[in-house]
Design a protein. Structure first.
Lengths: 176, 181, 303
């Protein structure tokens, strides 16, 4: 019974541990912004803690660089189960602009399994709050893959719209 | 003395009341000029690949699967939302939309792909000036391109005429094993 | 009713255990309101404790002091809660134990925290433990003098010294002086700003508790919450003796309401002050210790 109560209490009281694996600090500043009075994420019960042993969620920011690669893994091991990992920013997603440089291992997913991605460079604090709310189940997912196909040649499309214009738009000719 | 200043501090601090925005319930409109995820308009895109050439994170990939069809793939994972693609596009087909609520559990949810018809030159297969032989102009990657969509990588090979064997070779491309595997 | 003295310790334990997280929630909500934000709901610490109980218990140091320390701290504070005359009614232990036991048990709780911190094999915990030691040393004399004041007035060291006003002592100059000293010292008793040096969150990554996870950490947090409530109760009981009606349930409710006001004061002072360095705190406390000794001298003289 206690286990059931604990499971119910888990999403209402997530404690975050912020792990910066070589980030430029843009995402870190946005994460701190999320705790400020405007975007106050503490109303969801979320707190930022200093030790991974107290945390439930690891917020990973930064493209995982070579020196921090084993450290990120150790930080994740230090978090007691059940745990989640959020990758914040485009560096944690895939390495950002530096995905193929000499010191970067290509994003958070190469070091730790990431459960939720929050894209952005840096993500707005509202985007981070949205990502957290998505993980808690408060909102629905808005991103979806988009596939666009051209069904006619561009020149045909242009001629078609020009013909429509000539039929429907009244051109006022200024004489004189 | 100290006490009165502390009391004044408390009164000052309590004046604004509650400033928390009720965020997931109500959202504010984004500021003007905000750069969210780029959005392509497939009716305007001519498939020049300028956005792919200028992307600093090599997030936009182009692949010619046959002489007439080019796939332009935006893999949003590494996008830094800089807006260079929108600046460079000659047809203004890319617009930085105000979407920023992109959080997801799956990386494939933030991709966009365009399938475009390309007109071909009746004589040589693609309009391309065969007289340019120097290395610098060849770096411009005009011609047919074969970026790997599976490995989400830009492959800097381009051919003057469509080469199905190069296409086949790049289909199986895997990024080299560097740090940490 | 004679049976009441057997039941009242249990009522103490029940009331304190149930309401300690609520008072902590009040503190967090007040801090949020002062920072102009919405803040967590009042029942948030209950959820925190439940969630911590459901996590995996990583035994990172692997030694028995590490495992035993949270139990020791929690047990010590719980026994203190059971002993105190909550609601103006002494329990069954009143004839057998005295206030020295109360001071001893609170120190034991602090030593348990130190034991856990030193068994953690972590440098941050070591620094946190050394600061916690200094804090304990400087806080204990003021606590002891608060209880000894009542003992001097009632001429006995029994547990009634924790409620001297109710037991018949008069509110004199020494009590007034001690009231001021206790209010000035309250923040260090409950380990809040400006005196939360041991658990300095940003500086020391949670200090002595850095290696504790899950259920162990829940026990420590619960022990801290109970300690907070105890100190607020001590203030109400020793220095506000006119808050009593004689009827046991009404007394409990009145004392809880007064404790709530004390908690609001703690929260207010805690949110508007920066944290002091350990040497600044010791200097501040040295003055308070001298004043409290002066209060005892006045009480012995009869004033």
């Amino acid at each position: 019974m206690l286990a059931k109560l604990a499971r119910k209490a888990f999403p209402k009281s997530l404690w975050l541990y912020h792990c910066n694996s070589g980030a430029c600090n843009g995402c870190d500043i946005e994460i701190l912004n999320v705790l400020t009075p405007y975007y106050d994420v503490e109303r969801f019960g979320i707190k930022l803690v200093g030790s991974p042993r107290h945390a439930d969620v690891m917020l990973l920011s930064g493209a995982v660089t070579r020196p921090t690669f084993p450290l990120v893994k150790r930080a994740l091991e230090a978090i007691p189960a059940p745990k989640l990992v959020f990758g914040v920013g485009s560096c944690a997603l895939g390495g950002g602009c530096w995905f193929d440089t000499y010191n970067v291992s290509g994003g958070g997913a190469t070091a730790v399994p990431i459960d939720y991605y929050i894209p952005g460079c840096p993500p707005r604090p509202e985007a981070i709050v949205y990502g957290v709310a998505l993980a808690l189940g408060l909102v629905d997912k808005k991103a979806a893959p988009v596939e666009l196909k051209q069904v006619e040649f561009p020149i045909d499309a242009q001629l078609r719209t020009k013909a429509w214009e000539e039929r429907n738009v009244i051109y006022k000719l200024l004489r004189d | 003395m100290w006490l009165t200043s502390k009391i004044k501090q408390v009164l000052l601090v309590l004046k604004p009341g509650k400033v928390t925005l009720n965020y997931p319930a109500e959202s504010r409109p984004v500021p003007e000029g905000f750069r969210g995820q780029p959005a392509w308009d497939h009716t305007k895109c001519i498939g020049c690949g300028g956005c792919a050439n200028h992307c600093p994170a090599r997030t936009i990939l182009t692949r010619d699967i046959c002489p007439e069809i080019r796939i332009l793939f935006y893999d949003g994972a590494r996008c830094t939302y800089c807006g260079r693609c929108a600046d460079v596009c000659p047809e203004k087909a890319i617009v930085m939309s105000p979407d920023f609520e992109l959080a997801t559990g799956d990386r494939n949810d933030i991709t966009q792909s365009l399938e475009l018809f390309m007109l071909t030159c009746q004589r040589c297969g693609r309009c391309y000036d065969l007289e340019i032989k120097n290395a610098i102009d060849k770096l411009d990657l005009r011609g047919y391109r074969y970026d790997s969509l599976e490995a989400r990588t830009v492959i800097r090979r381009s051919t003057d005429r469509f080469a199905p064997d190069v296409l086949g070779a790049t289909e199986a491309f895997r990024r080299p094993d560097r740090i940490g595997g | 009713m004679r049976a009441l003295i057997y039941v009242s310790p249990l009522i103490n334990a029940a009331v304190f255990l149930l309401l300690a997280p609520l008072f902590e929630g009040v503190l967090r909500k007040l801090a949020a309101k002062i920072q102009s934000r919405q803040g967590p709901p009042l029942i948030q610490p209950y959820r925190d404790l439940l969630k911590l109980l459901g996590k995996q218990n990583l035994n990172s140091a692997g030694t028995w002091p590490f495992k035993l320390a949270p139990l020791g701290a929690f047990a010590a504070v719980l026994v203190v809660v059971v002993l105190i005359p909550f609601g103006g009614r002494l329990g069954v232990f009143a004839g057998r134990l005295d206030v020295i036991v109360v001071v001893y048990l609170l120190t034991l709780g602090g030593v348990a925290v130190l034991m856990g911190a030193l068994a953690s094999r972590n440098t941050f915990a070591l620094i946190g433990a050394s600061r916690e030691m200094v804090t304990m040393i400087m806080v204990e004399p003021v606590l002891a003098v608060t209880l000894i004041l009542g003992a001097v007035k009632l001429r006995s060291l029994g547990l009634a010294a924790a409620m001297p006003g109710a037991a018949g002592a008069k509110f004199t100059l020494s009590t007034g002086l001690m009231l001021a000293v206790y209010l000035l010292a309250l923040q260090a008793f409950v380990a809040r700003q400006p005196f939360d040096i041991a658990e300095a969150e940003v500086e020391l990554l949670e200090g002595p508790f850095i290696e504790y996870s899950g259920p162990n950490y829940a026990l420590f947090k619960y022990a801290m919450m109970l300690k907070q409530m105890f100190y607020a109760w001590l203030f109400v009981s020793v220095f506000l003796p006119w808050i009593r009606t004689g009827i046991y349930p009404a007394d409990i409710v009145l004392q809880l309401a007064a404790m709530l006001v004390v908690f609001l004061l703690i929260g207010l002072v805690g949110s508007t002050n920066p944290r002091l360095r350990i040497d600044q705190a010791v200097r501040y406390y040295a003055v308070l210790i001298v004043l409290s000794l002066a209060a005892v001298a006045l009480a012995v003289k009869g004033w």
